[in-house]
Design a protein around this ligand. Structure first.
Ligand code: PA5
Length: 470
């Protein structure tokens, strides 16, 4: 393992740490390993047949070159980059920015930033969008809009696209539609692709066979990251390095296989709430990204044989130390139905010393001369100790430092773990039929042609009796 490799520490999920009632024994892990190995073998065979395409992204030189060329074309020309997208077409962009650019990036003066200010509009809240319009105001000309939608049909992204397209055309003239808009979408089909072809927008592809929540390492996540100064080649190099580790068929040497094994074993035992708690502000939005990946991929009601099932762990995100003062009371004394996944950083890129001062009371004096990094990590260790003392199983994923390479590793680790967990739950981790239903009924309620049946069904549902509003 190279020195910059992420580590998965699972000592505190074992029975030796949290007791047999709540921890896993060596024998239980050994018993679970053959099923995991079978899933790994199946995945490797399916990869040869062109499935699990997200695993190939770190090696796609052509894609990297295409994104880098687009970044070069736009670099230095814009004050703002606005990403229009939702779900898998937004969460990765936000996570990369928070992890790899300084906190409060948008508030820094232009000369202190490595790229434009980044706004990711992953909602259709009218107040939020109206406020963004105010913020962009006079700098609209210096704003690039990156519309990201694989399908091109998602109502939220389509609505945003129409609003900003109209704004550009009205304020800056039709030419701005091609100079200030870049569309990331399916290369072959879909509504957005049709618009790209018709109106001549610059476009980047969402690779075929890569679904939204597995697409952050494609043009979907890479373009905004690259334009904001993140070294996307290094991000992919980190993902490629983890790709090697997660191809290992010896379960105990494969961190994704081990993660999936442990979390699945706890799931079977009734610990179905999986709390990710980074002790790093930079990693907080990666926990949000994980939450979508784990939830949307694994919550299913039809299994691989087409039989009904009801499965799915519930991912929860928390942030250390903030949520020690919000959630930890519940986590330690409430129901013992959770597994904790801490993210720990060994070396912070920047640290802040707590100054010495004369005459401090003992209640504060212990802090002087130490650093905030030391305090943050001490709080992580202390919280983990307290949870373990209450028989709560805890995993730690340790980052030697937060860099492009380690963030790339983290992304590939969880994507691969999700595929393996899907195999263990015997479901398809790549579809999201339940989300589709919500999308279709939104179309129906908004009057889209072809959704009249859903509209009638909704009206029947809305008419069902009973007063329930006080
Ligand atoms: O993971 C997914 O597939 C979803 O979260 C999608 O990314 C999301 O629904 C947006 O879809 P689209 O990119 O087609 O607009």
């Amino acid at each position: 393992m190279p020195s910059a490799a992420l580590q998965l520490d699972h000592g505190n999920v074992l029975d030796a740490a949290v007791g047999a009632a709540h921890g896993l024994g060596a024998a239980e892990i050994k018993r679970a390993a053959p099923a995991v190995k079978a899933v790994l073998t199946r995945i490797e065979a399916e990869r040869k047949r062109g499935q699990h395409r997200y695993r190939d992204l770190p090696h796609d030189r052509q894609m990297l070159k295409q994104v880098q060329a687009a970044v070069r074309r736009h670099a230095g020309k814009f004050e703002n980059l606005v990403v229009l997208g939702i779900g898998g077409s937004a969460l990765g962009n936000i996570a990369l920015q928070t992890a790899l650019n300084p906190a409060y990036h948008n508030l820094l003066p232009a000369r202190a930033r490595r790229g434009p200010r980044l706004f990711v509009m992953d909602n259709v809240d009218p107040t939020q969008i109206a406020n963004l319009l105010d913020v962009l105001g006079p700098s609209l000309k210096k704003t690039l809009f990156n519309v990201i939608s694989k399908s091109g049909e998602t109502a939220e992204t389509a609505a945003q696209f129409l609003i900003f397209r109209d704004l550009l055309a009205r304020k800056l003239g039709k030419k701005a539609l091609t100079s200030n808009m870049l569309v990331t979408t399916d290369p072959q089909g879909g509504t957005m692709r049709g618009i790209v072809e018709k109106d001549g927008y610059e476009a980047l592809p969402v690779p075929p066979g890569v679904g939204g929540r597995f697409s952050v390492l494609s043009a979907v996540g890479l373009f905004s990251a690259g334009l904001c100064g993140i070294k996307i080649d290094k991000l992919l190099a980190g993902a490629a390095a983890m790709g090697e580790r997660v191809s290992e068929t010896a379960v105990m040497k494969n961190p994704a296989a081990l993660l999936a094994l442990l979390l699945h074993a706890f799931y079977v035992r009734g610990k179905r709430l999986h709390v990710m708690m980074p002790y790093s502000y930079q990693l907080k939005d990666l926990a949000d990204w994980y939450r979508q990946l784990w939830a949307e991929s694994l919550g299913k009601h039809i299994d691989l044989d087409g039989q009904p099932c009801v499965v799915g762990p519930t991912p929860i995100k928390a942030l250390g130390t903030t949520d020690q003062h919000s959630q930890v009371q519940l986590y330690r004394e409430g129901p013992n139905d959770k597994v904790f996944i801490f993210l720990e950083v060994e070396r912070f890129e920047r640290d802040v010393k707590i100054p010495r001062a004369a005459g401090l009371p003992a209640e504060m004096a212990y802090l002087q001369g130490q650093t905030l990094g030391t305090l943050l990590n001490a709080e992580k260790r202390a919280t983990e100790y307290a949870l373990v003392a209450s028989q709560r199983p805890c995993l730690t994923i340790r980052f030697p430092a937060i860099r492009e390479e380690t963030v790339g590793q983290f992304i590939m680790l969880w994507e691969a773990a999700t595929s393996i967990a899907g195999g263990l739950l015997h479901i398809n981790p790549y579809d999201q039929p339940a989300v589709q239903t919500g999308k279709e009924f939104t179309f129906a309620l908004m009057g889209k042609q072809g959704y009249e049946k859903q509209r009638r069904e909704y009206e029947r549902y809305a008419r069902r009796g009973g007063k329930s509003v006080v």
